[in-house]
Design a protein around this ligand. Structure first.
Ligand code: ATP
Length: 227
């Protein structure tokens, strides 16, 4: 479902005379439907960079990044937007929403965007918000004023609302209490059971060991630096 072949990335620092910083070389991995693969490696190894390239936020210098039928490394921006709407979900660490949009609408939005009827979308959103312990009294309010943990749970509810065939998870259990962490791990297990291919970054080693089938140490793709 996710096939990454020989991906290279170099950052060019335009404010520092165009200095080129090679950060990745020969990155190759594949994730089958129903499988969860953890990206590991020391801080700065390139975990976030690889996730951002899969999502199409960073452009790969070379190589291919196939998600379903799309090669993100060469796709047109509109094809990447379509991929994100229907195929590739991304649960980032932080919630980014349009101000003043109520929480329930924030969670329903990915479902409405993929053609789900309003009643079915509301039912799914309510189920997720309930499972993630967001009190009903908050559903009509914008999440912008919520606590960090509440925002993260709204973000997770939104990210898991549509049954994406491929998902990227960036520290999905960070800053959650034990009960909500358990719910998120169960959501990940359910996504795998319905066939989602998942790539994740988990600093929570117990969570990683429980839900991930394999680990890929991205330091293996760090270019040898000139001395
Ligand atoms: N936008 C950018 N411009 C320049 N360099 C960048 C940029 N993003 C990342 N880098 C560099 O790429 C390397 C990999 O960073 P990345 O954030 O992917 O690491 P990471 O493994 O996710 O680290 P952490 O665990 O600390 O989040 C680092 O050397 C970083 O400085």
């Amino acid at each position: 479902m996710i096939e990454i072949r020989d991906v290279t990335k170099t950052f060019r620092l335009h404010n520092q005379g165009g200095a080129a910083i090679p950060v990745m070389e020969g990155a190759t991995l594949s994730v089958a439907p129903g499988e969860c693969v953890a990206l590991t490696g020391a801080s700065g190894a390139g975990k976030s960079t690889l996730m951002r390239m899969i999502y199409g936020n960073y452009l790969a210098a070379s190589g291919s990044i196939r998600v379903g039928e799309t090669d993100v490394a060469t796709a047109e921006p509109r094809d990447i937007l379509e991929l994100r709407r229907t195929v590739l979900g991304y649960v980032s660490q932080f919630l980014r929403v349009v101000p003043r949009v109520p929480t329930l609408d924030v969670v329903m939005e990915p479902l409405l965007a993929t053609g789900r009827g309003t009643d079915a979308a509301r039912e799914r959103a309510e189920t997720l918000l309930t499972r993630l312990n967001i009190p009903r009294t908050l559903w009509g309010l914008s999440p912008t004023t919520f606590s960090g943990g509440e925002q993260q749970r709204v973000n997770i509810a939104r990210g898991f609302a549509h049954p994406f065939p491929a998902m990227l998870l960036d520290e999905p259990t960070a800053s959650l209490d034990a009960i909500n962490r358990e719910t998120v791990l169960t959501l990940i297990e359910e996504a795998k059971a319905r066939g989602a291919a998942i790539v994740g970054i988990f600093h929570d080693a117990d969570a990683r060991d429980r839900v991930c089938d394999r680990q890929i140490d991205v330091s293996a793709f760090t270019p040898a630096r000139a001395a």
